[in-house]
Structure formats: structure tokens, C-alpha cells
Design a protein around this ligand. Structure first.
Ligand code: MG
Length: 340
């Protein structure tokens, strides 16, 4: 089994503006696992706020040593060994985990969702994320995005109410909102959420800085809308700690270390009575398609990452009736695009 690692610069179609800053590209790492004439594809995108660098991920992946004559069908043991070799670097594990799952599915000749026994009819509609912009731009984009059933607004700036009002004028589809840790005041947040609850908003993501557990617990106890942790939720321990602090969790492959961890977290979150959102970074069809295979396990999906990028090197899951749906092809079901 041979691992090929490629640093890759994801170019965004438009600048992606959040309460924490704006960017036009996202560093990523693509992984290829070659074995017996098959190739498993993996990817992780590394938005700067996560604090993990492309160089660190590449260096960690170069250190991975497989046992002699590894059997990719021995997926769990190989991932456990890789996780301990990679140390505390979930994104490196995520790229490898996706590639190994892709290879696993290709050897067995089945898509991952089928190997897991998941029903594509349970895939929730995916939202389209509109980053912070002027109200007129939000309205134009909300009107254009006719193929999406849910619009997600990035908030946490000074004009949150105006942005929601603008989007609400443009469409009567449900909205979700993500403050990306941008709110500071408990009472103001609660007041705003009551206002949102009258405007067909489904949930609120990460209102306050992730470390402010007491503020989130206070808000969750009173909020008429579900409060979802994102930046506060990386691995399984965070899902367990979310009980009593959040109503739900946003699980992303890049944060938690890939499909094996995300699948376990989705199961545990549900058992704890937490709502689940499966999310993504601005990333290619590789990682987004991988996540789509797990999406029947989630209450909500926010898997629009590949729709926001300009240089997708893969084709994969497609938007069908507003749901990001994996191709019925072995593994994660992606194909490299022919070079332009
Ligand atoms: Mg978020």
C-alpha cells in the first residue's frame, strides 16, 4: 500500500467572509492510497481558524508506516495504528481515513452508505452557506440559490438583524444562522433568537466563543431555537461534554479525524439526545462526498463546500432535490476530473 500526499490550494469562487475574517483560498491536503491497481482518495481542508497547517499535516502523513503486507479490509486496525502514529492531528487522520475507506469500498465493490446499511432516502436537505455580505448581495444570492431548500447565513457582525431581514425578504425557505463565536452578550443573544424564531430559522450555530460553556448552557436552557456547537465540537469527548451545554453538535470530518470517528460521534450524539448537523469546510468533492455517505445519520446537513470552490479536482456526490447524494459507485464514489 503506497500513500501519495499532495498539498493543494483550494480557490474559492468568491471571498468567504466570517465574523473572524475573510479568505479567498483554503489550504488542503489530498491523499491517494494505491493498492493492487486501485486508488483510494482522501482529503482534508485546513481553514486557518482550526490552527493546523498544511505543512504539519503533510509531514505527519509522511511519517505513517504501514505494517508489512497490510490488508486494507482490516480497516479498523489500520486506522487505530495510524491514529496513534499521527498523534493529536485529526486532519491528517481525516485525509488518511477517507482514502482508506474509499479503498475499502472499492475492494468490496460497494458504496460506503451501502456497506453501512444506510438509506439514501434519509439524507436531509443540505443548506447553502452565504458568507457575511451586504444585505443586497445576500438577497441576490438567496434568490439565485433555487436548488437549495435551506439557506445558511453567516452572522456575528454588526448588522445581523438587517441581514436576516434581507434574506427573509428574498425567500420564504427556512434559514439557519451561524454566528461563528461572534456574539458576546447573553441577553442580547436571547432577545435576537426570539426574533429569529418568528422568522422560520431552524437553529443557531456557535453563538459565543467556544470556551464560554456557561454562556452557552444559559442560552440553551432558554432559547426557543436549538443551539448547535461547532467550533466547540471536535472529537468524541466534546460530543459527550455538549450535553447540557448545546442542543446539538456540528460534526465535520476534518475536525474529528474522518469517517470512522464521525460515524461514532453521530451515533453517540443521537444516543445522548443531541441534534446532529453534518458539516464541511470549503473543500473539494472528495471530502464532501465522503461526508455525504454519513448524512443519513444526521438531522441536518451543511455539505455545500464543493459548491463554493472554483478548482474542484473531483466529481462526486451531486445535489438531487436539494440533497447532496453520493454516486452509487464503490467507496466514496468520486472520480478525478481530467486535467484542463
Ligand atoms: Mg459553523
Amino acid at each position: 500500500m503506497r500513500l501519495v500526499i499532495r498539498p493543494f490550494a483550494i480557490e474559492l469562487k468568491e471571498p468567504f467572509a466570517l465574523s473572524v475574517g475573510s479568505r479567498t483560498s483554503t489550504p488542503a491536503v489530498l491523499a491517494e492510497l494505491h493498492h493492487a491497481g486501485l486508488v483510494g482518495y482522501g482529503e482534508v481542508a485546513l481553514p486557518p481558524y482550526l490552527g493546523w497547517t498544511q505543512a504539519a499535516v503533510c509531514q505527519a502523513l509522511e511519517r505513517v508506516v504501514w505494517p508489512d503486507d497490510p490488508d486494507p479490509l482490516n480497516l479498523d486496525a489500520l486506522l487505530t495504528a495510524a491514529a496513534s502514529a499521527l498523534g493529536d492531528l485529526p486532519p491528517a487522520l481525516a485525509a488518511l481515513d477517507i482514502a482508506l475507506h474509499d479503498l475499502f469500498g472499492k475492494i468490496l465493490g460497494q458504496p460506503l452508505y451501502a456497506l453501512w446499511g444506510l438509506d439514501l432516502a434519509r439524507i436531509p436537505p443540505t443548506s447553502l452557506t452565504l458568507s457575511l455580505a451586504a444585505p443586497e448581495a445576500i438577497q441576490r444570492k438567496a434568490r439565485q440559490a433555487t436548488e437549495y431548500e435551506i439557506i445558511k447565513l453567516k452572522l456575528g457582525g454588526p448588522d445581523d438583524r438587517a441581514l436576516v431581514a434581507a434574506a427573509r425578504e428574498a425567500t420564504d425557505r427556512p434559514l439557519s444562522v451561524d454566528a461563528n463565536q461572534g456574539w458576546r452578550d447573553r441577553a442580547a443573544a436571547l432577545d435576537f433568537i426570539h426574533w429569529l424564531a418568528e422568522r422560520n430559522v431552524l437553529f443557531v450555530e456557535q453563538p459565543f466563543p467556544a470556551r464560554r460553556l456557561d454562556d452557552h448552557a444559559w442560552l440553551a436552557e432558554r432559547s426557543p431555537l436549538p443551539i448547535i456547537g461547532d467550533e466547540a465540537i471536535r472529537g468524541m469527548a466534546d460530543v459527550i461534554a455538549a450535553r447540557g451545554v448545546y442542543h446539538g453538535v456540528n460534526i465535520k470530518l476534518a475536525k474529528c479525524g474522518g469517517l470512522r470517528a464521525a460515524r461514532a460521534m453521530l451515533t453517540v450524539a443521537r444516543a445522548l439526545g443531541l441534534k446532529t448537523l453534518i458539516g464541511c469546510m470549503t473543500e473539494t468533492s472528495c471530502a464532501v462526498s465522503a461526508a455525504a455517505h454519513l448524512s443519513p445519520l444526521a438531522d441536518w446537513a451543511d455539505l455545500d463546500g464543493a459548491a463554493l470552490i472554483a478548482n474542484d479536482p473531483f466529481t462526486g456526490a451531486q445535489l438531487i432535490a436539494g440533497r447532496l447524494t453520493p454516486r452509487p459507485a464503490p467507496g466514496i464514489g468520486v472520480e478525478p476530473r481530467a486535467p484542463a
